[in-house]
Design a protein around this ligand. Structure first.
Ligand code: ZN
Length: 93
């Protein structure tokens, strides 16, 4: 099960909708933000998707192509869902 489905399940289990539940969640920032800079190998950073430390070159946010794809896909899904709930909320008011 992916992260998004897990979140939807959590929301439904607590008796609310995904949109309402998500709006209450705190914004999670990466736990570790190392400042170690190496000109040739990039900056030691944590993957935004799997959290694994990796050398970020040219500001890369994901450790590998797979995580990048998953991360982008998740972000796109989140945007779609947010848009849906925002429009739904507008109609209800
Ligand atoms: Zn990764």
């Amino acid at each position: 099960m992916d992260k998004l489905s897990q979140e939807v399940d959590t929301a439904l289990a607590s008796g609310t909708s995904y949109g309402k539940w998500k709006a209450k969640q705190p914004i999670v920032k990466p736990a570790v933000k190392p400042a170690e800079v190496d000109e040739d190998r990039g900056i030691l950073d944590n993957c935004r998707w799997c959290g694994k430390p990796f050398n970020s070159i040219h500001g890369a946010k994901y450790c590998c192509e797979r995580c990048k794809d998953e991360g982008y896909r998740h972000k796109a899904n989140e945007r779609e869902r947010r848009k849906y709930w925002e429009q739904k909320a507008l109609k209800e008011n």
